[in-house]
Design a protein around this ligand. Structure first.
Ligand SMILES: Cc1cc2nc3c(=O)[nH]c(=O)nc-3n(C[C@H](O)[C@H](O)[C@H](O)COP(=O)(O)O)c2cc1C
Ligand code: SF4
Length: 427
């Protein structure tokens, strides 16, 4: 299924991503959404976002209008902050990179609209450490936006001002968790904070703060320019908007596509990603970036939207599919997955800091033919313990891990049995 290009209107990911200039952006209708927003009151802009049913594109799918509604407005006189989360260290996810490298003004315009709606005069784009070129592209685009009166003081004929800075992340996956991000931005160690208080009330420097994902912001210019009902009409089966979907791993044509929210997973795998890459049938898919449970071929007709994927036992997450085929060993694949989480744990709480490396050691031992009889029951236990942690990182690790030891249990058991057989001298 193809769709009307909205977020990728100025981006062709298959030709290599070069930034759309300010002139090109404006020629294609750029900054019209911001002009429409500034003709409304901040509360009216918030209502448009609420009415559009936009759900956050950072992974959890939290309704954006609802998140914004907790920000103190009329009687609040202090500083409030707007933060764009472009940390994007989730394996299998590369959509925000394309949006930033390809169309930086779309993000800046989205943030300007949000800043006006929430009356936040200071903003940051917190960008992945490795996206240094993206940071430069954004800095140049911010300077251009300032030159043309879309950043700075007295914006669009009002007294509203908005300053926007680009900040390179500290280079750890946990920096993408919004409260760890705020700590990192404050120059502190990037440990998550306890919630409540939520950042909307007490965030950056203790002040009300909104953190939204790049793709979430990029939808806002279009919603304001064309209206909430238009946006709702872009998705399938009652889902609002398009979604940047991706595929990597054992597919012929890995990449990114802008598709209606609710498109069947099979469409992405077979039509856009053009099927398996090495003549072996698909075995499993992690649907939403690494931190989501695996799905199997009988589930490939599931619509790619937040509620349908949740009903099927996984999460839409970032909609970056990671694809396995029948040639992949799921024990080795699980070890590879857990290696990432063992390395990236922030170390703050014990079940995550100690439990994930322990899981990794056991899975590696099984894969190396050194598995023990009780290993599977230890792994079952560990999958429960890593749910009792301070933040969503370890439950995120549990997603692919638990689904692997459940769905592909026979592969783990076969390794353990072959060792037992070898020890007993059986061929
Ligand atoms: C370990 C971890 C890493 C995360 N990384 C990102 C990230 O790179 N980008 C992102 O937008 N959200 C990330 N999130 C989710 C954020 O905490 C937050 O929910 C999101 O930025 C909110 O934006 P949204 O409401 O627009 O979806 C991460 C969460 C966790 C637990
Ligand atoms: S779950 Fe892991 S990443 Fe999250 S606070 Fe605990 S140790 Fe840190």
């Amino acid at each position: 299924m193809t769709t009307q290009k909205v977020l990728f209107k100025n981006i062709d990911t298959f030709k290599g991503v070069t930034p759309c200039s300010y002139e090109q952006y404006v020629k294609g209708g750029g900054y019209e959404g911001a002009k429409a927003a500034f003709k409304k009151t901040p509360h009216e802009v918030q209502q448009v976002i609420k009415d559009s049913n936009l759900r956050g594109r950072g992974g959890a799918g939290f309704p954006t209008g609802l998140k914004w509604s907790f920000v103190p407005m009329d009687n609040f006189k202090g500083q409030k902050y707007l933060i764009c989360n472009c940390d994007e260290m989730e394996p299998g996810t590369f959509k925000d990179r394309a949006l930033v490298y390809g169309d930086p003004h779309q993000l800046i315009e989205g943030m300007l609209i949000a800043a006006y709606a929430l009356q936040m005069t200071k903003g940051f784009i917190f960008i992945r450490y490795e996206y240094k070129k993206g940071a430069r592209i954004l800095e140049e685009a911010c300077a251009e936006a300032k030159k043309h009166g879309f950043l700075g003081k007295k914006l669009l004929g009002t007294d509203f001002e908005f300053e926007l800075d680009v900040h390179l992340s500290a280079g750890r996956y946990i920096c993408g968790e919004e409260t760890a991000l705020i700590n990192s931005l404050e120059g502190k160690r990037a440990n998550p904070r306890s919630k409540p208080p939520f950042p909307q009330i007490k965030g950056f420097l203790g002040q009300p703060t909104i953190v939204n994902n790049v793709e979430t912001f990029c939808n806002m210019p279009h919603i304001l320019a064309h209206g909430a009902d238009w946006f709702k009409g872009l998705g399938l089966n009652g889902n609002a908007g398009t979604k940047i979907m991706g595929a990597s791993g054992r597919v012929k044509n890995p990449g990114l596509w802008e598709l209606p929210l609710g498109v069947p997973m099979r469409d992405i795998l077979e039509k856009h990603a053009q099927g398996p890459s090495r003549g072996k049938a698909f075995k499993a898919v992690i649907p939403g970036g690494l931190s989501t449970p695996m799905m199997t071929p009988e589930q490939f007709d599931t619509p790619m939207d937040f509620d349908s994927i949740a009903k099927a036992g996984s999460r839409l997450g970032t909609a970056g599919l990671i694809v396995f085929d029948e040639g992949d060993c799921m024990v080795d694949s699980t070890a590879n997955i857990m290696k990432f989480y063992a390395r990236e744990s922030c170390g703050f709480c014990t079940p995550c800091r100690e439990g994930i490396p322990w899981i990794l050691d056991i899975v590696r031992a099984i894969g190396a033919g050194n598995g023990e009889k009780d290993d599977m029951s230890i792994l079952d236990d560990m999958s429960k313990h890593i749910m009792h942690t301070f933040c969503a990182f370890a439950p995120g690790a549990q997603g692919p891990f638990l689904s692997a030891i459940t769905t592909f249990r026979s592969e783990f058991e076969a390794f353990i049995k072959s060792r037992e057989a070898a020890a007993a001298g059986v061929n």
